[in-house]
Design a protein around this ligand. Structure first.
Ligand code: 13P
Ligand code: SF4
Length: 334
């Protein structure tokens, strides 16, 4: 199911035109994640912005010449843009857009955890606060987590991994690295249900299963392809299958369907035994990004919309983030 627009098409085009003028006036560009509303993805596409996974969003924010970055996503994405581009203004339509992984890893507790294992290299997922990144040796995103941990393992390094326990377990299993993991999870991906997925697979034996690695291991075990949001879209294009069952936020269906208009995409189930379906395959924080707020944020601006990071923290957080970007620059950034 693709998320539906709440505007009729005339209203939507009018609003997008007004935002487009404001973007030009403010020398701004939209940097959006695949989980945002299709209207926001359309806005980014029509105005020369990007719709991407978290690594590509970071790369785009550095490469683009605009002086203002309008980040449509969740707070850690806006913070990443600011850490990398202190000279630019970074706006978000709603600064309350958090991430359960970030919330589940408070900086003070994380510092104590690191101190208790001070012989280990600290690797944190991009889905963390600037203060947690400031304590890390490396930042990673889902698209390069296996590569990078494998590289560190070959160097003989023992690792602290935070905060996503499912991604940590997946990476540990793939690389065999010596890792101790912080125990947070994504509230969206954690809801995918293994038994119900097995049943859907039986109903659609010709479908490929695409899974984001923030999902529980038993769901990952059923996947044909595991990867970041961009990697799942690429897989949808390249696989010969005409049908896909997809275990990630349903915002991704907009781009998947555009990339493969003739293929059929099914949501992996969040119902079944033990299900609460609080998020039902859509991140509540990503859903806080709206076209109306983007308009207001560019029109009125101000503190309410601007990402600010204490300079001391920003400088420290820049080091592991930049280390990651240098590692991938040659072959990952578009
Ligand atoms: P990607 O880097 O794969 O886009 O993941 C970001 C995220 O928050 C997934 O829940
Ligand atoms: Fe965080 Fe999960 Fe939302 Fe991604 S989908 S931003 S990991 S809560």
């Amino acid at each position: 199911m693709i998320l539906q627009s709440k505007f009729d098409s005339k209203e939507k085009i009018k609003l997008i035109q007004s935002i487009s003028e404001l973007l030009k006036k403010n020398n701004a560009v939209v940097v959006a994640h695949y989980y945002t509303d299709p209207d926001i993805q359309l806005l980014a596409d029509l105005t020369g912005g990007c719709v991407a996974d978290s690594l590509e969003m970071a790369c785009f924010s550095q490469k683009h010449s605009a002086q203002t970055l309008l980040v449509a996503g969740v707070r850690f994405m806006g913070e990443t843009a600011k850490i990398l581009n202190p000279e630019k203004k970074v706006l978000m339509p709603n600064l309350q857009a958090e991430c359960s992984l970030d919330i589940g890893c408070p900086a003070e507790k994380f510092n104590a955890f690191c101190q208790a294992h001070s012989d280990r290299t600290v690797v944190v997922y991009a889905n963390t606060s600037a203060a947690v990144k400031a304590r890390a040796d490396w930042v990673v995103t889902s698209s390069i987590a296996v590569d990078l941990i494998d590289y560190l393992d070959r160097l003989g390094e023992k690792i602290i991994w935070a905060p996503d326990r499912h991604l940590g377990y997946y990476v540990q299993k793939k690389t065999g690295a010596d890792m101790i993991c912080w125990q947070s999870a994504c509230i969206v991906h954690e809801e995918f249900k293994t038994q119900a997925l097995v049943q859907i697979k039986q109903l659609h034996p010709d479908a490929a299963v695409l899974v984001h690695p923030e999902s529980p291991q038993t769901v990952v075990d059923l996947a044909d392809v595991v990867g970041s949001t961009s990697q799942l879209i690429t897989a949808a294009k390249n696989l010969p299958h005409q049908k896909m069952i997809v275990a990630t936020d349903r915002g991704i269906f907009y781009k998947m369907q555009k990339a493969c208009p003739n293929k059929i995409f099914l949501e992996a189930p969040t119902t079944g035994e033990g299900a609460t379906c609080k998020s039902c395959a859509h991140c509540p924080w990503m859903a806080m990004n709206t076209l109306e707020d983007i308009f207001t944020c560019l029109d009125i601006g101000g503190e309410k919309y601007e990402i600010k990071i204490e300079e001391n923290i920003r400088k420290k957080a820049f080091v592991p983030l930049n280390r990651m970007l240098s590692y991938v620059k040659k072959f990952k950034c578009k």
